[in-house]
Design a protein around this ligand. Structure first.
Ligand code: MRU
Length: 368
């Protein structure tokens, strides 16, 4: 369905029934379309096919998926099966597992008859909490941008970002882009360098679309241009989101983040990661191979996709047809390359002590 006026959120309850609506992000930037999720399967497919994507939005969609999945049966077996289905959609982003653990812990102690309504209420609360959290991240991060603007004495603050960690990846505001929106709202002159983020081009398709809709000046570059930009002193600050942050400050984010962090370190550009507590994984022990990295279809690398002149989805081969391709969706940036974490609790170092100072001691509990 083509929508008349743009929605202000990425996911919302249908007013008429127990269903949710989403912006279908696979259709952007060519078309702003919404689609309706009425079942557990709809929610799982939306996450798996990346109609919704971005760690916090995946988490909230999963929360609504639990509510949808309990509509007919809500006994212990049904609850476990619903959670297992959603947990199997995408492996890397932490919010999915944080949210499923919260849903399980809140619902398991209730009589089955009360679970569906409680699941809807909790999903609504998690969506609202995500909005509040992102706004707070924006406020803390905007101060960093404003400080650079003051020191710079003229010209825009040039912020480099990667992938899409804006409102499309959350419910509103975003994580990495929230500081940009808040700084712009407060009158700061800010310009964003957007890396295209091959192979799925979330930077080109989604970040450029949302920054354009929000009136934020921005320029798209190929991913490999960002080292050059930093070496030419054309980047004041880099901010990305994260799919998972470990308790020592290790950052897992969209493939290509590590290269940007290396280039930032080599050129003295502060590299920040904006992240809500729901993305922080305090259970998994840091170390090689600790984080499950999603490996996606080789076809995403072997072909380039987009809309043709008629507006239809199209893809063309960019390599010889028999070429082998490797397509990891995320990479891991060690904490020593991260200047700081921008969170809802403030800005702090990407260290065990920094994370504990921001969020307190690690809570008890197990992920889904
Ligand atoms: O594969 P995606 O599009 O879900 O990956 C998204 C990212 O890597 C984002 O940077 C991350 O989820 C942070 S979103 C606030």
């Amino acid at each position: 369905m083509q929508v008349e006026s743009p929605p202000t959120r990425t996911i919302w309850r249908s007013p008429d029934s127990a269903a949710v609506e989403i912006i279908d992000q696979t259709r952007l930037p060519a078309a702003l379309e919404t689609c309706r999720l009425t079942s557990l399967e709809d929610a799982a497919v939306a996450i798996r096919t990346m109609q919704v994507r971005g760690a916090p939005l995946i988490g909230v969609t999963a929360a609504y998926g639990v509510a949808l999945g309990l509509a007919e049966h809500a006994d212990d077996d049904a609850l476990a099966a619903v959670i297992a289905t959603l947990a199997g959609t995408r492996p890397t982003g932490r919010d999915l597992f944080t949210v499923l653990a919260k849903m399980r812990d809140a619902l398991a102690g209730l009589p089955p008859a009360e679970r569906p309504q409680a699941a809807w209420s909790l999903a609504d609360e998690l969506a609202e909490e995500c909005v509040r959290t992102c706004r707070a991240i924006g406020q803390h991060g905007a101060a960093l941008i404003e400080r650079i603007a003051k020191d710079k004495k003229g010209g825009p603050v040039n912020v480099l970002t990667h992938c899409n960690a804006g409102w499309l990846a959350c419910i509103e505001w975003g994580t990495a882009l929230a500081p940009v929106y808040v700084a712009a709202e407060r009158g700061c002159d800010v310009h964003v360098w957007v890396g295209e983020t091959r192979p799925r081009n979330q930077g080109a398709a989604l970040t450029c679309w949302e920054l354009g809709s929000g009136g934020i000046p921005h320029t798209l570059t190929v991913d490999s241009a960002t080292g050059y930009l930093m070496s030419e002193a054309r980047v004041d600050l880099a901010i990305t989101g994260a799919d998972r942050v470990l308790r020592d400050g290790t950052v897992c984010n969209k493939i290509g983040t590590y290269m940007k962090a290396l280039a930032a370190r080599d050129n003295g550009v502060p590299f920040y990661v904006a992240v809500p507590e729901t993305t922080v994984d305090r259970t998994t022990s840091p170390g090689p191979g600790a984080i499950p990295i999603e490996e996606r279809d080789a076809g995403e690398v072997l072909r380039a996709s987009g809309r043709n002149a008629a507006g239809a989805h199209d893809s063309i081969a960019v390599a010889p047809l028999a070429t082998a391709a490797f397509n990891p969706a995320f990479d891991v940036t060690p904490p020593h390359l991260v200047h700081g974490l921008v969170t809802e609790a403030g800005v702090g170092p990407a260290t065990p002590e920094g994370i504990e100072a921001l969020f307190g001691p690690a809570p008890e509990g197990r992920p889904a």
